[in-house]
Design a protein around this ligand. Structure first.
Ligand code: HEM
Ligand SMILES: *[C@@H]1O[C@H](CO)[C@@H](O)[C@H](O)[C@H]1NC(C)=O
Length: 501
Protein backbone atom coordinates (compact mmCIF):
# COMPACT_ATOMS: atom_id res chain seq x y z
CA UNK A 1 0.00 0.00 0.00
CA UNK A 2 2.69 2.47 1.08
CA UNK A 3 4.77 1.69 -1.97
CA UNK A 4 1.89 2.15 -4.40
CA UNK A 5 0.99 5.49 -2.81
CA UNK A 6 4.65 6.41 -3.03
CA UNK A 7 4.71 5.39 -6.64
CA UNK A 8 1.55 7.35 -7.46
CA UNK A 9 2.99 10.37 -5.72
CA UNK A 10 6.20 10.06 -7.62
CA UNK A 11 4.32 9.57 -10.88
CA UNK A 12 2.25 12.71 -10.43
CA UNK A 13 5.25 14.70 -9.33
CA UNK A 14 7.00 13.55 -12.44
CA UNK A 15 4.14 14.43 -14.77
CA UNK A 16 3.73 17.76 -13.09
CA UNK A 17 7.44 18.52 -13.35
CA UNK A 18 7.46 17.52 -16.98
CA UNK A 19 4.54 19.83 -17.63
CA UNK A 20 6.20 22.71 -15.78
CA UNK A 21 9.35 22.01 -17.71
CA UNK A 22 7.52 22.25 -21.04
CA UNK A 23 5.88 25.51 -20.02
CA UNK A 24 9.28 26.74 -18.87
CA UNK A 25 10.92 25.75 -22.17
CA UNK A 26 8.18 27.34 -24.26
CA UNK A 27 8.77 30.64 -22.47
CA UNK A 28 12.48 30.57 -23.22
CA UNK A 29 13.97 30.31 -26.64
CA UNK A 30 16.38 27.38 -26.47
CA UNK A 31 16.72 27.54 -30.25
CA UNK A 32 17.94 31.14 -30.20
CA UNK A 33 21.09 31.46 -32.24
CA UNK A 34 22.01 35.10 -31.70
CA UNK A 35 25.59 35.90 -30.81
CA UNK A 36 24.90 36.61 -27.15
CA UNK A 37 22.87 33.44 -26.58
CA UNK A 38 25.42 31.27 -28.36
CA UNK A 39 28.25 32.76 -26.37
CA UNK A 40 26.23 32.27 -23.16
CA UNK A 41 25.49 28.65 -23.94
CA UNK A 42 28.96 27.64 -25.13
CA UNK A 43 30.67 29.84 -22.54
CA UNK A 44 32.89 31.21 -25.28
CA UNK A 45 32.81 34.58 -23.48
CA UNK A 46 35.34 33.12 -21.03
CA UNK A 47 38.05 33.40 -23.74
CA UNK A 48 37.85 37.18 -23.51
CA UNK A 49 36.49 37.97 -20.03
CA UNK A 50 37.41 36.80 -16.54
CA UNK A 51 34.04 37.49 -14.96
CA UNK A 52 30.48 37.12 -16.19
CA UNK A 53 29.72 40.63 -14.92
CA UNK A 54 32.56 42.02 -17.09
CA UNK A 55 31.16 40.36 -20.18
CA UNK A 56 27.71 41.79 -19.44
CA UNK A 57 29.27 45.21 -18.87
CA UNK A 58 30.83 44.98 -22.31
CA UNK A 59 27.51 43.97 -23.92
CA UNK A 60 25.59 46.72 -22.13
CA UNK A 61 28.17 49.35 -23.10
CA UNK A 62 27.81 48.42 -26.71
CA UNK A 63 24.04 48.37 -26.75
CA UNK A 64 22.64 51.68 -28.08
CA UNK A 65 19.82 51.59 -25.49
CA UNK A 66 21.96 50.20 -22.66
CA UNK A 67 19.69 47.15 -22.52
CA UNK A 68 20.20 43.57 -23.69
CA UNK A 69 18.01 40.49 -23.89
CA UNK A 70 19.36 37.01 -23.31
CA UNK A 71 16.54 35.24 -25.16
CA UNK A 72 17.75 31.82 -24.12
CA UNK A 73 16.83 32.40 -20.49
CA UNK A 74 14.17 35.10 -21.01
CA UNK A 75 16.29 37.65 -19.16
CA UNK A 76 16.23 41.36 -20.01
CA UNK A 77 19.18 43.21 -18.45
CA UNK A 78 19.41 46.96 -18.34
CA UNK A 79 21.91 49.64 -17.39
CA UNK A 80 19.67 52.48 -18.48
CA UNK A 81 18.77 54.75 -15.52
CA UNK A 82 15.35 55.59 -17.03
CA UNK A 83 14.51 51.90 -17.19
CA UNK A 84 15.77 51.40 -13.65
CA UNK A 85 13.52 54.15 -12.34
CA UNK A 86 10.59 52.72 -14.25
CA UNK A 87 11.08 49.19 -12.88
CA UNK A 88 11.86 50.14 -9.27
CA UNK A 89 9.47 53.05 -8.84
CA UNK A 90 7.05 54.04 -11.62
CA UNK A 91 5.77 50.49 -12.31
CA UNK A 92 6.96 48.89 -9.09
CA UNK A 93 3.73 46.86 -8.97
CA UNK A 94 4.49 45.17 -12.27
CA UNK A 95 8.01 44.11 -11.19
CA UNK A 96 7.82 42.11 -7.96
CA UNK A 97 10.54 39.73 -6.85
CA UNK A 98 8.26 37.05 -8.16
CA UNK A 99 7.57 33.39 -7.68
CA UNK A 100 10.67 31.84 -9.32
CA UNK A 101 13.06 33.33 -6.76
CA UNK A 102 10.82 32.98 -3.77
CA UNK A 103 10.56 29.25 -4.54
CA UNK A 104 14.32 28.96 -4.79
CA UNK A 105 15.00 30.79 -1.53
CA UNK A 106 11.98 29.58 0.41
CA UNK A 107 13.67 26.78 2.35
CA UNK A 108 16.42 29.10 3.54
CA UNK A 109 14.63 32.44 3.94
CA UNK A 110 10.99 31.45 4.35
CA UNK A 111 8.71 34.46 4.62
CA UNK A 112 11.51 36.90 5.51
CA UNK A 113 11.40 40.38 3.98
CA UNK A 114 13.94 39.50 1.32
CA UNK A 115 11.76 36.79 -0.10
CA UNK A 116 8.20 38.07 -0.16
CA UNK A 117 5.99 40.51 -2.04
CA UNK A 118 2.61 42.05 -1.24
CA UNK A 119 1.16 42.41 2.23
CA UNK A 120 3.70 40.35 4.09
CA UNK A 121 6.46 42.51 2.58
CA UNK A 122 4.58 45.73 3.43
CA UNK A 123 4.11 44.68 7.05
CA UNK A 124 7.77 43.80 7.57
CA UNK A 125 8.99 46.85 5.69
CA UNK A 126 6.96 49.15 7.88
CA UNK A 127 8.02 47.49 11.09
CA UNK A 128 11.68 47.29 10.08
CA UNK A 129 11.97 50.83 8.78
CA UNK A 130 10.48 52.06 12.03
CA UNK A 131 13.01 50.10 14.09
CA UNK A 132 16.02 50.87 11.90
CA UNK A 133 15.16 54.55 11.87
CA UNK A 134 15.25 54.83 15.66
CA UNK A 135 18.15 56.61 17.33
CA UNK A 136 18.39 53.84 19.93
CA UNK A 137 19.08 51.13 17.39
CA UNK A 138 21.51 53.25 15.42
CA UNK A 139 23.60 54.00 18.46
CA UNK A 140 23.41 50.34 19.53
CA UNK A 141 24.68 49.35 16.07
CA UNK A 142 27.50 51.88 16.24
CA UNK A 143 28.62 50.76 19.70
CA UNK A 144 28.60 47.16 18.51
CA UNK A 145 30.76 47.99 15.52
CA UNK A 146 33.30 50.09 17.43
CA UNK A 147 33.52 47.40 20.10
CA UNK A 148 34.23 44.68 17.54
CA UNK A 149 36.85 46.90 15.86
CA UNK A 150 38.53 47.72 19.14
CA UNK A 151 38.57 44.30 20.77
CA UNK A 152 38.91 42.07 17.70
CA UNK A 153 39.62 43.61 14.29
CA UNK A 154 42.55 45.79 15.32
CA UNK A 155 44.18 43.19 17.62
CA UNK A 156 43.86 40.46 14.95
CA UNK A 157 45.38 42.67 12.23
CA UNK A 158 48.10 43.87 14.61
CA UNK A 159 48.97 40.27 15.49
CA UNK A 160 49.45 39.45 11.81
CA UNK A 161 51.19 42.70 10.88
CA UNK A 162 54.64 42.80 9.31
CA UNK A 163 57.54 44.94 10.25
CA UNK A 164 57.77 48.15 8.30
CA UNK A 165 61.53 47.75 7.80
CA UNK A 166 60.84 44.96 5.36
CA UNK A 167 61.04 46.32 1.83
CA UNK A 168 57.48 46.93 0.67
CA UNK A 169 57.89 46.09 -2.98
CA UNK A 170 59.69 42.88 -2.23
CA UNK A 171 57.06 41.82 0.25
CA UNK A 172 54.20 42.73 -2.01
CA UNK A 173 55.19 40.22 -4.63
CA UNK A 174 55.52 37.42 -2.16
CA UNK A 175 52.34 35.49 -1.48
CA UNK A 176 53.54 32.97 1.06
CA UNK A 177 52.64 34.67 4.32
CA UNK A 178 49.81 36.84 3.09
CA UNK A 179 46.65 37.38 5.08
CA UNK A 180 43.21 36.81 3.55
CA UNK A 181 41.53 40.14 4.20
CA UNK A 182 38.23 38.93 2.73
CA UNK A 183 38.06 36.18 5.36
CA UNK A 184 38.86 38.64 8.17
CA UNK A 185 36.20 41.07 6.96
CA UNK A 186 33.57 38.35 6.66
CA UNK A 187 34.26 37.21 10.21
CA UNK A 188 34.04 40.81 11.36
CA UNK A 189 30.76 41.32 9.55
CA UNK A 190 29.28 38.04 10.79
CA UNK A 191 30.02 38.90 14.43
CA UNK A 192 28.63 42.40 14.07
CA UNK A 193 25.50 41.32 12.20
CA UNK A 194 24.72 38.50 14.67
CA UNK A 195 25.07 40.84 17.63
CA UNK A 196 22.89 43.40 15.93
CA UNK A 197 20.20 40.97 14.71
CA UNK A 198 20.08 38.40 17.56
CA UNK A 199 22.00 39.94 20.42
CA UNK A 200 24.40 36.96 20.43
CA UNK A 201 28.13 36.89 19.80
CA UNK A 202 29.43 34.06 17.58
CA UNK A 203 33.05 35.25 18.17
CA UNK A 204 34.32 34.30 14.70
CA UNK A 205 37.00 36.98 14.57
CA UNK A 206 39.68 35.76 16.95
CA UNK A 207 43.43 35.47 16.25
CA UNK A 208 43.05 31.68 15.96
CA UNK A 209 40.46 32.20 13.18
CA UNK A 210 38.20 29.51 14.66
CA UNK A 211 35.59 27.72 12.59
CA UNK A 212 31.97 28.34 13.50
CA UNK A 213 29.17 25.86 12.87
CA UNK A 214 26.68 28.62 12.47
CA UNK A 215 28.77 30.69 10.01
CA UNK A 216 29.57 27.58 7.98
CA UNK A 217 25.95 26.47 7.86
CA UNK A 218 24.95 29.97 6.82
CA UNK A 219 27.55 30.05 4.01
CA UNK A 220 26.55 26.64 2.77
CA UNK A 221 22.85 27.48 2.75
CA UNK A 222 23.51 30.71 0.79
CA UNK A 223 25.74 28.92 -1.66
CA UNK A 224 23.41 26.02 -2.41
CA UNK A 225 20.41 28.34 -2.65
CA UNK A 226 22.34 30.49 -5.14
CA UNK A 227 23.22 27.39 -7.15
CA UNK A 228 19.55 26.49 -7.39
CA UNK A 229 19.10 29.86 -9.09
CA UNK A 230 21.79 29.20 -11.67
CA UNK A 231 20.67 25.62 -12.42
CA UNK A 232 19.35 25.37 -15.97
CA UNK A 233 16.53 23.01 -14.95
CA UNK A 234 14.74 23.73 -11.66
CA UNK A 235 13.28 20.24 -11.88
CA UNK A 236 16.65 18.73 -10.98
CA UNK A 237 17.02 20.38 -7.59
CA UNK A 238 13.36 19.73 -6.84
CA UNK A 239 13.90 16.03 -7.48
CA UNK A 240 17.04 16.04 -5.34
CA UNK A 241 15.11 17.71 -2.56
CA UNK A 242 12.29 15.21 -2.85
CA UNK A 243 14.71 12.30 -2.44
CA UNK A 244 16.90 14.18 0.07
CA UNK A 245 20.13 13.55 -1.81
CA UNK A 246 23.35 15.39 -2.76
CA UNK A 247 23.44 19.16 -2.40
CA UNK A 248 19.80 19.22 -1.26
CA UNK A 249 20.63 16.92 1.64
CA UNK A 250 23.45 19.28 2.64
CA UNK A 251 21.13 22.27 2.32
CA UNK A 252 18.54 20.76 4.60
CA UNK A 253 21.24 19.85 7.15
CA UNK A 254 22.62 23.39 7.07
CA UNK A 255 19.15 24.82 7.52
CA UNK A 256 18.63 22.55 10.52
CA UNK A 257 21.77 23.92 12.17
CA UNK A 258 20.59 27.49 11.53
CA UNK A 259 17.09 26.74 12.82
CA UNK A 260 18.23 25.00 16.00
CA UNK A 261 20.28 28.03 16.88
CA UNK A 262 17.60 30.55 15.93
CA UNK A 263 14.84 28.76 17.87
CA UNK A 264 17.13 28.40 20.87
CA UNK A 265 17.77 32.12 20.94
CA UNK A 266 14.10 32.95 20.49
CA UNK A 267 13.19 30.64 23.37
CA UNK A 268 15.86 32.14 25.65
CA UNK A 269 14.69 35.66 24.85
CA UNK A 270 11.13 34.75 25.61
CA UNK A 271 12.10 33.25 28.98
CA UNK A 272 14.51 35.98 30.00
CA UNK A 273 12.43 38.87 28.75
CA UNK A 274 13.17 40.94 25.70
CA UNK A 275 11.71 44.31 26.61
CA UNK A 276 15.00 45.88 27.68
CA UNK A 277 17.11 44.33 24.89
CA UNK A 278 18.22 46.40 21.93
CA UNK A 279 18.85 43.80 19.22
CA UNK A 280 16.47 43.53 16.25
CA UNK A 281 15.01 40.18 17.29
CA UNK A 282 13.98 41.50 20.69
CA UNK A 283 12.44 44.55 19.11
CA UNK A 284 10.49 42.50 16.57
CA UNK A 285 9.25 40.23 19.36
CA UNK A 286 7.17 43.15 20.52
CA UNK A 287 5.15 43.06 17.25
CA UNK A 288 5.25 39.37 16.35
CA UNK A 289 4.32 37.53 19.51
CA UNK A 290 3.77 33.87 19.07
CA UNK A 291 5.02 32.87 15.63
CA UNK A 292 8.57 31.60 16.09
CA UNK A 293 8.95 30.51 12.48
CA UNK A 294 8.04 34.00 11.28
CA UNK A 295 10.46 35.59 13.76
CA UNK A 296 13.18 33.24 12.59
CA UNK A 297 12.50 34.15 8.93
CA UNK A 298 12.54 37.88 9.62
CA UNK A 299 15.87 37.78 11.41
CA UNK A 300 17.59 35.41 8.97
CA UNK A 301 16.80 37.81 6.13
CA UNK A 302 18.56 40.57 8.03
CA UNK A 303 21.55 38.39 8.66
CA UNK A 304 21.79 37.64 4.96
CA UNK A 305 21.22 41.27 3.97
CA UNK A 306 23.81 42.73 6.27
CA UNK A 307 26.56 40.22 6.42
CA UNK A 308 28.26 39.54 3.09
CA UNK A 309 27.29 42.89 1.61
CA UNK A 310 29.28 44.98 4.08
CA UNK A 311 32.32 42.72 3.92
CA UNK A 312 32.20 42.68 0.10
CA UNK A 313 31.97 46.47 0.11
CA UNK A 314 35.02 46.74 2.36
CA UNK A 315 37.00 44.22 0.29
CA UNK A 316 36.33 46.40 -2.77
CA UNK A 317 37.35 49.50 -0.85
CA UNK A 318 40.72 48.12 0.26
CA UNK A 319 41.39 46.71 -3.22
CA UNK A 320 41.07 50.20 -4.65
CA UNK A 321 42.81 52.01 -1.81
CA UNK A 322 45.87 49.84 -2.24
CA UNK A 323 46.16 51.09 -5.82
CA UNK A 324 45.48 54.77 -5.06
CA UNK A 325 47.94 56.02 -2.40
CA UNK A 326 46.76 59.58 -2.92
CA UNK A 327 43.24 58.73 -1.83
CA UNK A 328 44.66 56.88 1.16
CA UNK A 329 46.61 59.98 2.15
CA UNK A 330 43.53 62.17 1.91
CA UNK A 331 41.43 59.77 3.99
CA UNK A 332 44.16 59.76 6.64
CA UNK A 333 44.41 63.52 6.59
CA UNK A 334 40.68 63.90 7.15
CA UNK A 335 40.51 61.36 9.97
CA UNK A 336 43.49 63.02 11.67
CA UNK A 337 41.87 66.41 11.40
CA UNK A 338 39.04 65.11 13.57
CA UNK A 339 41.30 63.29 15.98
CA UNK A 340 40.39 64.04 19.55
CA UNK A 341 43.32 63.72 21.99
CA UNK A 342 41.19 62.25 24.78
CA UNK A 343 39.35 59.73 22.64
CA UNK A 344 41.01 56.93 20.79
CA UNK A 345 38.12 56.14 18.45
CA UNK A 346 36.07 58.55 16.36
CA UNK A 347 32.48 59.18 17.45
CA UNK A 348 29.31 58.74 15.40
CA UNK A 349 29.06 62.49 14.87
CA UNK A 350 32.68 62.87 13.86
CA UNK A 351 32.33 60.16 11.24
CA UNK A 352 29.21 61.84 9.93
CA UNK A 353 31.20 64.99 9.33
CA UNK A 354 33.89 63.28 7.25
CA UNK A 355 32.87 64.17 3.71
CA UNK A 356 35.91 62.84 1.93
CA UNK A 357 35.54 59.49 3.68
CA UNK A 358 31.88 59.34 2.69
CA UNK A 359 32.80 60.16 -0.91
CA UNK A 360 35.54 57.50 -0.98
CA UNK A 361 33.18 54.80 0.32
CA UNK A 362 30.46 55.71 -2.20
CA UNK A 363 33.05 55.75 -4.96
CA UNK A 364 34.35 52.28 -4.11
CA UNK A 365 30.81 50.88 -4.04
CA UNK A 366 30.26 52.34 -7.51
CA UNK A 367 33.15 50.28 -8.93
CA UNK A 368 32.64 47.22 -6.70
CA UNK A 369 28.96 46.99 -5.78
CA UNK A 370 28.37 44.05 -3.40
CA UNK A 371 25.15 43.19 -5.25
CA UNK A 372 26.31 43.23 -8.87
CA UNK A 373 22.89 42.69 -10.40
CA UNK A 374 19.37 42.15 -9.16
CA UNK A 375 16.26 40.68 -10.80
CA UNK A 376 12.50 41.09 -10.79
CA UNK A 377 9.83 39.17 -12.70
CA UNK A 378 7.28 40.94 -14.92
CA UNK A 379 3.66 40.38 -13.88
CA UNK A 380 2.33 41.58 -17.23
CA UNK A 381 3.41 42.52 -20.75
CA UNK A 382 4.99 45.96 -20.81
CA UNK A 383 7.33 48.31 -22.68
CA UNK A 384 10.31 49.93 -20.93
CA UNK A 385 11.09 53.65 -21.47
CA UNK A 386 13.85 52.78 -23.98
CA UNK A 387 11.39 50.77 -26.10
CA UNK A 388 12.39 47.29 -24.89
CA UNK A 389 9.40 44.95 -25.10
CA UNK A 390 8.76 42.93 -21.93
CA UNK A 391 6.61 39.80 -21.89
CA UNK A 392 4.77 38.54 -18.85
CA UNK A 393 7.09 36.24 -16.90
CA UNK A 394 10.31 37.75 -18.28
CA UNK A 395 13.10 38.15 -15.78
CA UNK A 396 14.08 41.83 -15.75
CA UNK A 397 17.41 42.78 -14.14
CA UNK A 398 19.29 45.97 -13.48
CA UNK A 399 23.06 45.81 -13.28
CA UNK A 400 24.78 48.17 -10.79
CA UNK A 401 28.22 46.77 -11.63
CA UNK A 402 27.90 47.62 -15.33
CA UNK A 403 26.27 50.97 -14.54
CA UNK A 404 29.24 52.00 -12.42
CA UNK A 405 31.50 51.42 -15.41
CA UNK A 406 29.56 53.26 -18.11
CA UNK A 407 31.03 56.36 -19.75
CA UNK A 408 27.51 57.39 -20.63
CA UNK A 409 26.69 57.68 -16.92
CA UNK A 410 29.98 58.70 -15.25
CA UNK A 411 32.03 60.25 -18.04
CA UNK A 412 35.33 59.24 -19.67
CA UNK A 413 37.11 58.74 -16.32
CA UNK A 414 34.48 56.24 -15.16
CA UNK A 415 37.04 53.51 -14.43
CA UNK A 416 39.09 55.69 -12.10
CA UNK A 417 38.70 55.66 -8.32
CA UNK A 418 38.02 59.34 -7.80
CA UNK A 419 36.17 60.33 -4.59
CA UNK A 420 36.28 63.98 -5.78
CA UNK A 421 33.50 63.16 -8.18
CA UNK A 422 31.11 63.13 -5.19
CA UNK A 423 32.31 66.43 -3.68
CA UNK A 424 31.40 70.00 -4.40
CA UNK A 425 33.51 72.52 -2.47
CA UNK A 426 34.40 69.75 -0.05
CA UNK A 427 30.76 68.86 0.63
CA UNK A 428 29.38 65.42 -0.23
CA UNK A 429 26.70 65.53 -2.93
CA UNK A 430 24.60 62.43 -3.42
CA UNK A 431 23.86 61.23 -6.96
CA UNK A 432 20.60 60.30 -8.65
CA UNK A 433 19.82 56.90 -7.08
CA UNK A 434 18.61 55.43 -10.35
CA UNK A 435 22.06 56.07 -11.83
CA UNK A 436 23.61 54.44 -8.77
CA UNK A 437 21.28 51.62 -7.65
CA UNK A 438 23.97 50.04 -5.46
CA UNK A 439 21.43 49.89 -2.61
CA UNK A 440 18.58 49.41 -5.07
CA UNK A 441 16.27 52.47 -5.22
CA UNK A 442 12.58 53.31 -5.22
CA UNK A 443 9.98 51.50 -3.13
CA UNK A 444 12.23 48.67 -2.00
CA UNK A 445 15.47 50.57 -1.46
CA UNK A 446 17.85 48.87 1.00
CA UNK A 447 16.73 49.40 4.58
CA UNK A 448 20.23 49.07 5.96
CA UNK A 449 21.87 51.67 3.74
CA UNK A 450 22.76 54.20 6.44
CA UNK A 451 23.82 51.47 8.80
CA UNK A 452 25.98 49.80 6.16
CA UNK A 453 27.69 53.06 5.21
CA UNK A 454 28.31 53.83 8.88
CA UNK A 455 29.83 50.38 9.44
CA UNK A 456 32.10 50.70 6.43
CA UNK A 457 33.19 54.20 7.36
CA UNK A 458 33.91 53.16 10.95
CA UNK A 459 36.21 50.39 9.75
CA UNK A 460 38.01 52.63 7.28
CA UNK A 461 38.39 55.51 9.74
CA UNK A 462 39.92 53.25 12.38
CA UNK A 463 42.13 51.02 10.20
CA UNK A 464 43.59 53.44 7.69
CA UNK A 465 45.42 55.62 10.24
CA UNK A 466 46.87 52.52 11.97
CA UNK A 467 47.80 50.23 9.12
CA UNK A 468 49.10 50.16 5.58
CA UNK A 469 47.11 47.42 3.91
CA UNK A 470 48.71 46.30 0.64
CA UNK A 471 47.48 43.79 -1.91
CA UNK A 472 49.91 40.99 -2.63
CA UNK A 473 50.83 41.05 -6.30
CA UNK A 474 50.55 44.39 -8.02
CA UNK A 475 48.75 43.04 -11.05
CA UNK A 476 45.86 41.79 -8.90
CA UNK A 477 42.58 41.63 -10.82
CA UNK A 478 39.46 40.46 -8.95
CA UNK A 479 37.92 37.14 -9.96
CA UNK A 480 34.42 36.61 -8.62
CA UNK A 481 32.75 33.40 -7.50
CA UNK A 482 29.10 33.06 -8.59
CA UNK A 483 26.74 33.71 -5.68
CA UNK A 484 24.18 36.07 -4.16
CA UNK A 485 26.78 38.76 -3.43
CA UNK A 486 30.19 39.55 -4.89
CA UNK A 487 32.80 37.24 -3.43
CA UNK A 488 36.44 36.89 -4.48
CA UNK A 489 37.84 33.60 -5.68
CA UNK A 490 40.93 32.84 -3.62
CA UNK A 491 40.11 35.62 -1.15
CA UNK A 492 41.92 38.94 -0.93
CA UNK A 493 45.59 38.31 -0.10
CA UNK A 494 47.18 41.31 1.62
CA UNK A 495 50.09 42.25 3.79
CA UNK A 496 49.47 44.49 6.74
CA UNK A 497 52.05 46.93 8.14
CA UNK A 498 51.54 48.72 11.40
CA UNK A 499 52.12 52.47 11.21
CA UNK A 500 53.64 54.32 14.08
CA UNK A 501 51.03 56.94 14.74
C1 HEM B 1 27.10 47.80 1.50
C2 HEM B 1 26.16 47.09 2.05
C3 HEM B 1 24.80 46.83 1.45
C4 HEM B 1 24.41 46.84 0.14
C5 HEM B 1 25.25 47.14 -1.10
C6 HEM B 1 22.99 46.51 0.12
C7 HEM B 1 22.23 46.42 -1.03
C8 HEM B 1 20.91 46.04 -1.06
C9 HEM B 1 20.15 45.78 -2.25
C10 HEM B 1 20.68 45.88 -3.69
C11 HEM B 1 18.90 45.43 -1.87
C12 HEM B 1 17.75 45.01 -2.79
C13 HEM B 1 17.68 43.52 -2.87
C14 HEM B 1 16.49 43.02 -3.59
O1 HEM B 1 15.40 43.58 -3.46
O2 HEM B 1 16.63 42.04 -4.32
C15 HEM B 1 18.85 45.48 -0.43
C16 HEM B 1 17.73 45.20 0.32
C17 HEM B 1 17.72 45.15 1.71
N1 HEM B 1 18.78 45.43 2.55
FE1 HEM B 1 20.63 46.01 2.01
N2 HEM B 1 22.56 46.32 1.41
C18 HEM B 1 23.63 46.49 2.25
C19 HEM B 1 23.62 46.38 3.64
C20 HEM B 1 22.52 46.12 4.41
C21 HEM B 1 22.51 46.02 5.86
C22 HEM B 1 23.71 46.22 6.77
C23 HEM B 1 21.24 45.70 6.22
C24 HEM B 1 20.65 45.41 7.58
C25 HEM B 1 20.75 46.06 8.62
C26 HEM B 1 20.45 45.64 5.02
C27 HEM B 1 19.10 45.36 4.99
C28 HEM B 1 18.35 45.23 3.85
C29 HEM B 1 16.96 44.80 3.84
C30 HEM B 1 16.12 44.47 5.06
C31 HEM B 1 16.56 44.76 2.50
C32 HEM B 1 15.19 44.37 1.96
C33 HEM B 1 14.35 45.59 1.71
C34 HEM B 1 13.00 45.25 1.10
O3 HEM B 1 12.87 44.22 0.46
O4 HEM B 1 12.08 46.06 1.27
N3 HEM B 1 21.26 45.89 3.94
N4 HEM B 1 20.09 45.86 0.04
C1 LIG C 1 25.16 38.80 -10.82
O1 LIG C 1 25.72 39.01 -9.52
C2 LIG C 1 26.28 37.89 -8.88
C3 LIG C 1 26.85 38.30 -7.53
O2 LIG C 1 26.62 39.58 -7.15
C4 LIG C 1 27.36 37.27 -9.76
O3 LIG C 1 27.82 36.07 -9.17
C5 LIG C 1 26.82 37.00 -11.16
O4 LIG C 1 27.88 36.56 -11.98
C6 LIG C 1 26.23 38.27 -11.75
N1 LIG C 1 25.67 38.00 -13.06
C7 LIG C 1 25.83 38.84 -14.10
C8 LIG C 1 25.09 38.47 -15.33
O5 LIG C 1 26.52 39.83 -14.06
Amino acid sequence: MATSTGFLFFFFTFIFSLFSFLVFISRMKPWCNCHTCRSYLTKSWTHTFTNLCDWFTHLLKNSPTGTIHVHLVGNIITSNPDNVEYILKTRFDNYPKGKPFSTILNDFLGRGIFNVDGDSWKFQRKMASFELGSVAIRSYAFETVIDEIKTRLIPVLASKAHDKTESLTEAETERSDALDLQDILRRFSFDVTCKFSFGTDPACLLPSLPSSNFAEAFDLASKISAERGIAALPMIWKMKRFFKIGSEKKLSEAINVINDLAYDIIKQRREMGFASKKDLLSRFMGSVNDDDKYLRDIVISFLLAGRDTVSAGLAGFFTLLSKYPKVEELVREEVNRFRNPVQEYPTFDEIRQMHYLNAAVHESLRLFPPVQNDSKFAEDDDVLPDGTVVKKGNRVSYHPYAMGRMEKIWGPDCLEFKPERWLKDGIFMSEDLFKYPVFQAGSRVCLGKELALMNMKSVVATLVPRFDIRLVGLDYEPRFVPGLTASLRGGLPVKVYERKC
